[in-house]
Write a protein that binds this ligand. Structure first.
Ligand code: PLP
Length: 394
């Protein structure tokens, strides 16, 4: 039996989404921009999906722009704002690469975070001025699950950067947070279907009425010219179906998975007392984290080896250390939170989702301590070659 503990990477497509999607590829396959009845029917699917997504996100239907996913929504938010208004973009150091890269590429400013993962409001205030046209701070972090309180950030933006739009990447949020409420002060909100039981390659950006962005791709004027290109009607229909079920069951799922996550983290700590939980002191409060996220780190081991041993036990997880430029690079999120390089290199993200069961937690509680102990025993026999100077990085 496979224990899938990587729902933050992608969660299985919900049956309701598949049911909504299939007829949109077989019978109702028209191009929504056309003039005949199949086209009108496809367009009705978009209208209904716009209403569902708007209700889920606390927006008006006309404020929903369908995109090819979270990355595109984030890129439209940053580059679309800069193209329309000029100026400078600012984001937090712990943003997903889909925000961080566009901000850095455009010569923007990056605000530091505190050790608990919250944006350092004093540091942010220093970066804000009348030149700033976009501030992007994510709602829930994809590695740690830490939820940023957007209220104080919106206040700072209004005070110090009055021209700026506030964008929030809510890609990891819809399953766990009432986005309509938590992101009420944001001008732009990104979501991605495959994080809440829809298919990959489809998402949405909320663009509040009156806010103007330039399109990144020019074309046939779809999505009121804000995102050109024929819409992914099957994906959008499936995304709306997934969003509706997600929101309807959110409260009970938060309770169920929150209890499972606590059992998982507390159980791991009982076995491995020196384990570090990102953003939370031992015995501390986890209410600032999404209830699905167990994100921990073990000194003296490498995530890659841990994941290998776990996969041999049919446990599929991730390290959440973005190793795109080489295995030695620790996650930029953990580095920004001040975690030492050696500890960040032993990070493990076990993320739960709607299909998670107690058996998944039981399996992880057996396999993770055994694997960590095995790797530590191995490391004692083969002393680490890591430069001790490096171990205090961050
Ligand atoms: N933003 C966050 C916080 C994410 O976790 C992800 C995906 O992992 C993205 C953006 C990118 O979304 P997508 O995979 O739909 O491009």
């Amino acid at each position: 039996m496979v224990h899938y503990l990587d729902h933050a990477a992608s969660t299985p497509v919900r049956p309701e989404a598949i049911e909504a999607m299939v007829p949109l590829m077989t019978e109702n396959f028209g191009n929504p921009s056309g003039a005949h009845r199949l086209a009108r029917s496809a367009n009705r699917v978009l209208d209904e999906a716009r209403e569902t997504m708007a209700a889920a996100l606390g927006a008006k239907p006309g404020e929903i722009v369908f995109t090819s996913g979270g990355t595109e929504a984030d890129n439209i938010a940053v580059f679309g704002t800069l193209a329309a208004h000029g100026g400078v973009a600012v984001c937090a150091a712990t943003e997903h690469h889909a925000v961080l890269e566009p901000v850095e590429f455009s010569g923007g400013r990056v605000a530091s975070v505190l050790n608990n993962g919250f944006v350092d409001l004093d540091a942010l205030a220093e970066l804000l001025d009348s030149e700033v046209t976009l501030v992007s701070v994510m709602l829930a972090n994809n590695e740690t699950g830490i939820i940023q309180p957007l209220g104080p950030i919106a206040e700072l933006v209004r005070e110090h950067a009055p021209k700026a739009l506030l964008h929030t990447d809510a890609v990891q949020s819809l399953c766990w947070i009432d986005v309509a409420c938590a992101a009420a002060e944001a001008d732009l909100i990104s979501v991605s279907a495959h994080k809440f039981g829809g298919p990959k390659g489809v998402g949405a950006l909320v663009v509040r009425e009156g806010r103007t962005l330039s399109p990144l791709v020019r074309g046939g004027g779809q999505e009121k010219g804000r995102r050109n290109g024929t819409q992914n009607v099957p994906g959008i229909g499936a995304m709306a179906a997934a969003a509706a079920v997600t929101v309807a069951h959110r409260d009970e799922e938060c309770d169920r998975l929150g209890a499972m996550r606590d059992r998982l983290v507390d159980g791991l700590r009982a076995e491995l007392p020196d384990m570090v939980e990102s953003g939370v002191e031992p015995g501390g409060d986890r209410s600032a984290k999404t209830p699905n996220m167990c994100h921990v780190a073990f000194d003296g081991i490498e995530s890659e080896a841990l994941l290998f041993l776990l996969e041999k036990e049919d446990i599929l997880a991730s390290a959440a250390s973005s190793c795109s430029s080489g295995a030695q690079d620790p996650s930029h999120v953990l580095a920004a939170m001040g975690m030492s390089r050696s500890l960040a290199q032993g990070s493990l993200r076990l993320s739960l989702g709607y299909s998670s069961t107690d058996a998944d937690v039981d399996a992880a509680l057996t396999a993770v301590p055994a694997a960590v102990r095995r790797l530590r025993r191995f490391a004692e026999q083969e002393p680490s070659t890591l430069d001790p100077q490096e171990a205090t990085h961050g």
